[in-house]
Design a protein around this ligand. Structure first.
Ligand code: SF4
Length: 140
């Protein structure tokens, strides 16, 4: 599982400061894809070691994370994806997934606090469009 970039985002998950990873090798081909590079198998390998390094980059001097949630922009098709969700839970971080899929496995769902489902359909628009096909859920 590889990622193109990571950044802190404030709007994607309401009420959370999220560390977002852009996971590559997206299997979908949405028309009007916002980041076509994500369809390629490129980027840095996401290992637990690198995940920890990135998290530490966004931590205070006393080691407290400056974010409350880890947002994966894709990636649920990779077998190792679940291990990163479990890792987030051991760090007491919330977890979120944005996926173009309309269904995901129960095993993944059980480890998520938030999920956005549904492919991007240009004519219907994204989450801020009243005609969108996408669904954002807070999972309890
Ligand atoms: S799911 Fe996202 S990254 Fe993948 S093709 Fe669709 S818009 Fe692009």
């Amino acid at each position: 599982m590889r990622f193109l970039s990571e950044q802190i985002v404030f709007q994607e998950i309401p009420k959370e400061i999220s560390l977002a990873f852009e996971i590559t090798n997206c299997p979908r081909r949405c028309k009007g894809c916002h980041t076509p590079e994500l369809q390629q198998d490129i980027g840095r390998l996401l290992t637990q070691y690198r995940f920890d390094i990135v998290c530490e980059k966004y931590a205070s001097a006393d080691g407290k994370f400056l974010f409350s949630c880890v947002l994966f922009l894709g990636g649920e098709q990779h077998p190792e994806f679940i291990s990163f969700l479990k890792l987030c839970k051991t760090y007491r971080l919330k977890t979120a997934l944005y996926t173009g899929a309309s269904e995901i496995s129960v095993d993944v769902l059980n480890l998520l606090d938030y999920v956005k489902l549904g492919e991007y359909v240009h004519e219907l628009g994204g989450l801020n469009s009243p005609t969108t096909n996408q669904l954002f859920l807070e999972l309890i």
